[in-house]
Ligand binder design. Structure first.
Ligand SMILES: Nc1nc2c(ncn2[C@@H]2O[C@H](COP(=O)(O)OP(=O)(O)O)[C@@H](O)[C@H]2O)c(=O)[nH]1
Ligand SMILES: [Mg+2]
Length: 336
C-alpha cells in the first residue's frame, strides 16, 4: 500500500466509499510496522468524533454457533431484512482456523449471495493475522472503520469452539448463540461457558413447513430456557431462548427484537459502561498478546529454547526452574 494518505482515506470512509473502507481495513489488518503507524493515525482520526467508540450509535452483535448451525444463512436473512429497512450492515468474521488454513470459512460470501451484492452491506472475511489476538485487534479496528462509514449494524460471525467466542463477546453489545434442536443429554454437549456469555439464544432450522422439526425446536428451546435459569441469577438479564429458521427467514425478526430487548435492558448508561469495560479488558488483552509475540521472537529466548525443551522433557529440569531460565533470558534484554 504505497503512499497512504490518511486524510484522504478518512474523508473517503466518512463519505461511505466502499473502496476507502476496503483499503482502510486492509491497512488495519497489516502487521507491518509502517502500516501499524498509519493505522494508528487513521484510527485516531476516525475515533475522535462524538459518535465514535463507546458512544457509537451502532448496534454490535456477535453471532456464534458450531459450523453448520446456519450462521451465514441467518446473517444473509437478517442482513437483507435490515438493509431493506434502511440500515447499513457490516459483517465481520473471527475465525481462528483461518490462521492455520490461510483462508476463512466464515464471512463466506457464497453463503450470503444477496447480502454480498447489496450496496448497503459490507462483508469482510476473517483476517489471517497470525494469532487470535491479532485477529481480534484487526476486527475491532475494522469495526471502527465500518461505523465511521455509517454502518449502523455490525454483525461479527464466529465459530462456537475454543476461545474465539469469548473474544467476540468482548467486542460486541449483544452475543447471539445459534444452536440446533437438542434435548436432554444432548444439552450437555453445549458448553456451559457459551451459555454464560450468551444474551440471546435461538434454536435454528425451525422451518415452518417442517412441523415435526419446528415442534422439536420449540421443545428444545423450552428445555434450554429451563437449564439457563440455573445459570443466571435473579434480577440479571435472563437470556431468552427462541426458535427461528434462517433459511426461510421465519422468526428472524423475532430474534432481532430480542437483541433490541437486551439493549433496552442495558440502557444507554449500561451500554456505555459495558463498552468502556470492554475497552479496558481489550487493552490488556492487546498487551498480553504483544508480550507473547515479543517473547516468542526474542533472540535470547530462541537461543535457549531447544535446550530447555530437551531438559524439561527428559525430566532434568523442573517447569518452575525452566520458566525462570526463559524469563531471565528475556529480561537480559533490559541489561543490553
Ligand atoms: N433446513 C434449514 N437448513 C438451514 C437453515 N439455515 C441453514 N441451513 C443449512 O445448513 C447448512 C449450513 O449453513 P451455514 O449458514 O453455512 O452454516 P454456518 O457454518 O453456521 O455458517 C447449509 O446447507 C444451509 O443451507 C435453516 O433455517 N433451515
Ligand atoms: Mg458460515
Amino acid at each position: 500500500m504505497p503512499g497512504i494518505d490518511v486524510a484522504a482515506l478518512t474523508e473517503g470512509i466518512r463519505a461511505g466509499h466502499r473502496a476507502a473502507v476496503s483499503r482502510a481495513i486492509t491497512l488495519v489488518e497489516s502487521t507491518k510496522p509502517a502500516h501499524r503507524a498509519k493505522a494508528r493515525e487513521l484510527l485516531t482520526e476516525l475515533g475522535s468524533g462524538p459518535d465514535s467508540g463507546v458512544d457509537s450509535p451502532a448496534v454490535r452483535v456477535g453471532i456464534s454457533g458450531v459450523p453448520g448451525v446456519g450462521k451465514s444463512t441467518f446473517i444473509e436473512s437478517l442482513g437483507t431484512q435490515l438493509t431493506g429497512a434502511g440500515h447499513k450492515v457490516g459483517v465481520l468474521a473471527v475465525d481462528p482456523s483461518s490462521i492455520r488454513t490461510g483462508g476463512s470459512v466464515l464471512g463466506d460470501k457464497t453463503r450470503m449471495p444477496l447480502l454480498a451484492v447489496d450496496t448497503h452491506a459490507y462483508i469482510r472475511p476473517s483476517p489471517a493475522a497470525g494469532t487470535l489476538g491479532g485477529v481480534a485487534r484487526a476486527t475491532v479496528q475494522a469495526m471502527t472503520v465500518l461505523e465511521a462509514a455509517g454502518y449502523d449494524v455490525v454483525l461479527v460471525e464466529t465459530v462456537g469452539v475454543g476461545q474465539s467466542e469469548i473474544t467476540v463477546a468482548g467486542m460486541v453489545d449483544t452475543f447471539l448463540f445459534l444452536t440446533l434442536a437438542r434435548t436432554g443429554d444432548q444439552l450437555q454437549g453445549i458448553k456451559k461457558g457459551i451459555l454464560e456469555i450468551s444474551d440471546v439464544i435461538a434454536v435454528n432450522k425451525a422451518d415452518p413447513e417442517d412441523e415435526g422439526r419446528a415442534r422439536e425446536a420449540r421443545g428444545a428451546a423450552r428445555e434450554l430456557a429451563g437449564a439457563l435459569r440455573l445459570v443466571h441469577g435473579k434480577g440479571e438479564w435472563a437470556p431468552p431462548v427462541v426458535t427461528c429458521s434462517g433459511l426461510t427467514g421465519h422468526d428472524v425478526d423475532d430474534v432481532w427484537a430480542r437483541v433490541h430487548a437486551h439493549r433496552d435492558h442495558l440502557g444507554a448508561e449500561g451500554l456505555h459502561h459495558k463498552r468502556a469495560a470492554q475497552q479496558l479488558e481489550f487493552t490488556w488483552a492487546l498487551v498480553r498478546d504483544e508480550l507473547d509475540q515479543r517473547l516468542r521472537h526474542h533472540p535470547r529466548v530462541a537461543a535457549i529454547r531447544e535446550q530447555v525443551r530437551a531438559e524439561v522433557l527428559s525430566g532434568d529440569l523442573a517447569a518452575t526452574l525452566a520458566a525462570d531460565r526463559i524469563l531471565a533470558a528475556y529480561d537480559e534484554r533490559a541489561a543490553d
